[in-house]
Design a protein around this ligand. Structure first.
Ligand SMILES: NC(=O)c1ccc[n+]([C@@H]2O[C@H](COP(=O)([O-])OP(=O)(O)OC[C@H]3O[C@@H](n4cnc5c(N)ncnc54)[C@H](O)[C@@H]3O)[C@@H](O)[C@H]2O)c1
Ligand SMILES: CC(=O)N[C@@H]1[C@@H](OP(=O)(O)OP(=O)(O)OC[C@H]2O[C@@H](n3ccc(=O)[nH]c3=O)[C@H](O)[C@@H]2O)O[C@H](CO)[C@@H](O)[C@@H]1O
Length: 526
């Protein structure tokens, strides 16, 4: 037993020490009836700490405060804490969050601090929602989670409940967090609750999701932990709680959701690459195949970014002996997509007897998704790197981040007509790009990675990755001899642009023909 807990013995009655000192009720092994536990929780009598106040943590802390009050948010970034203390949100583009934080702080139901140990000393429910990143070897990096666990351990009391919402490699609660808490707090694992309750939320719909868009998965290190956590989320969420057998199962649920998405996107990208050879729009074919409920293919694109989907597969790939060829192959394929996009651009330029050496290329969109200020693993990083490696002069526009920080010369939309570009690559279709007046720009080659542009009435030569959902093949927009977009054209592997019907490429575009790539350009940002 560590010194800080040496004098602490409990009589098993949650919320009281053997000396009878009052302290807030701990839900784990609580002796009072569950409806009393719910009253205490919703009445703000059980202090809660939320560790990590980012894109997911701040919305979560806000909803916890909205439902239970008595919430202390913890973040290591003083600027984040200061803004929240002022009732402001530092998260861009999360509908409703600004107002929620202002209301909860103003009502005294939410406060913020950088002092995790102080927050832990009063909280009886501890919620972990900090990032789980990867190191340079694609191995899960739990140091951030472990630093939060240290803070919690410093203030952990018998009958406290620890909830991990951060996505974790399966077995982390059992093999890392629980032993770490025991060792640092001096308590035994039977004295506190620990459950994994994954965050099934997406940026731009976080409050909707947290309040109850989906069932809440709850998996405890033991049955009592599952019970206590299920009670919390039954009160927090309007949706049902879905208890599972244990914490490892819950951890696997979350990682499986992410792997499913990455593999599905990988399949869509693999099929999307066939569009030139088949002379079709794969997007149209996918949309049509998805008529069937048993076929729900995702969208082809220039790659998979963010610190969720590209990361989650590595939480299993890194630690399991069983082969995971499907997961591995999809991950590699998605990682390769930024280079495939630049290869396609190179082919289109070759068809015009041009190349990337010295070409002026504009990259549209640096963040990984429109409207979200996040660049981790963004496909744009791989596109910018590949263009620069091939000698292009790369400019970039993004409404949320500075392209200079990512290797591209920063431009504003209003500056575009002052320059002429050989090409543009649309990676992330921010809504701000609707303001681009394409007819005012010198005709160029445009690679549209997301089928987000309609340039048919312009003189630009447009290649749409995987084709357009309206049925046009990828090269249909490559206006040649004055033809507008929409004519029947396809791009051949050797850089020709032939008629789609009869002139299907004689050389099949096999992977052997594709330039080899390390596919790591869209890699991890640790
Ligand atoms: N972003 C999503 O769409 C999404 C969706 C579901 C789940 N998740 C998961 O939620 C978790 C958090 O993701 P996010 O998007 O909120 O991350 P984020 O990068 O937006 O925010 C993380 C926050 O944690 C803070 N932080 C870092 N170390 C800390 C520490 N030791 N103590 C306290 N605060 C610390 C940072 O300062 C930052 O404010 C991750 O595990 C992620 O996998 C994310
Ligand atoms: C609860 C949680 O963890 N939520 C996560 C969050 O994930 P996220 O914010 O990282 O967003 P994603 O939408 O997964 O995009 C990731 C990258 O994949 C590209 N992409 C996407 C779809 C597609 O068909 N083709 C693509 O190419 C896209 O451009 C981007 O770069 O929300 C998702 C639901 O939106 C959830 O599923 C996901 O678990």
């Amino acid at each position: 037993m560590s010194p800080k807990n040496a004098d602490r013995e409990t009589d098993g009655t949650a919320g009281r020490t053997a000396e009878g000192n009052d302290s807030a009720v701990g839900l784990y092994r609580a002796s009072c009836p569950s409806d009393r536990q719910r009253e205490l929780l919703t009445g703000g009598e059980i202090p809660i700490a939320v560790y990590g106040l980012g894109k997911m943590g701040l919305p979560l802390a806000g909803v916890y405060a909205e439902r239970f009050g008595n919430v202390t948010g913890v973040d290591i970034d003083p600027a984040v804490v200061e803004q929240i203390a002022d009732g402001e949100s530092h998260i861009v583009g999360e509908p409703g969050l600004e107002a929620l934080i202002a209301d909860q702080v103003d009502a005294g139901r939410l406060e913020a601090t950088t002092d995790g140990q102080r927050a832990a000393s009063t909280a009886r429910i501890h919620v972990i929602i900090v990032p789980t990143l990867l190191d340079d070897d694609q191995q899960p990096d739990l140091t951030t989670v472990e630093s939060v666990v240290d803070d919690i351990a410093a203030g952990l009391e018998p009958d406290d409940l620890v909830v991990a919402e951060s996505t974790l490699p399966p077995t982390s609660c059992r093999d890392v967090i629980q032993p770490h808490l025991e060792q640092e707090s001096g308590l035994s694992g039977e004295e506190f609750g620990l459950a994994f309750c994954p965050e099934r939320t997406s940026s731009t719909t976080a409050l909707r999701d947290i309040r109850g868009e989906y069932p809440k998965v709850v998996g405890g290190i033991d049955d009592e932990s599952t019970r206590a956590a299920a009670l919390v989320y039954d009160e927090l969420s309007s949706n049902e709680v879905h208890p599972v057998s244990d914490a490892t199962t819950a951890e696997a649920v979350k990682v499986f959701e992410g792997i499913y998405r990455d593999v599905n996107i990988g399949l869509a990208n693999e099929l999307g690459r066939l569009a030139d050879e088949l002379g079709i729009s794969v997007r149209e074919a996918i949309q049509t195949a998805n008529d069937l409920p048993m076929c729900q293919l995702h969208d082809p694109g220039p790659g998979v970014g963010g610190h969720c989907i590209p990361y989650y597969p590595h939480f299993l790939l890194a630690q399991n002996d069983e082969p995971m060829a499907v997961t591995q192959t999809a991950r590699e394929l998605n990682d390769e997509m930024p280079t495939v996009v630049v290869d396609r651009l190179e082919r289109v330029l070759a068809a015009e007897d041009a190349d990337l050496e010295g070409a002026s290329v504009l990259v549209l969109g640096v963040t990984y998704r429109p409207g979200i200020e996040e660049t981790r693993a963004s496909p744009a990083l791989g596109v910018i790197d590949a263009l620069a490696e091939r000698g292009a002069d790369v400019a970039g526009i993004d409404p949320l981040v500075d392209p200079e920080a990512y290797g591209a010369r920063a431009l504003e939309i209003e500056d575009l007509s002052d320059e002429s570009f050989d090409a543009a690559v649309l990676v992330t279709p921010h809504e701000e790009f609707d303001a681009i007046s394409w007819n005012d720009l010198e005709p160029m080659v445009v690679v549209d990675g997301r089928d987000a542009l309609d340039l048919a009435e312009t003189d630009h030569r447009v290649y749409t990755l995987a084709g357009k959902v309206d049925g046009q093949s990828p090269a249909a927009g490559l206006a040649g001899d004055g033809l507008k977009g929409g004519d029947e054209r396809s791009l051949t592997a050797d850089g020709g642009v032939g008629e789609r019907a009869d002139d299907r490429p004689t050389t099949s575009v096999s992977s052997a023909d594709e330039p080899t790539t390390d596919g790591r350009h869209g890699g991890n940002d640790v």
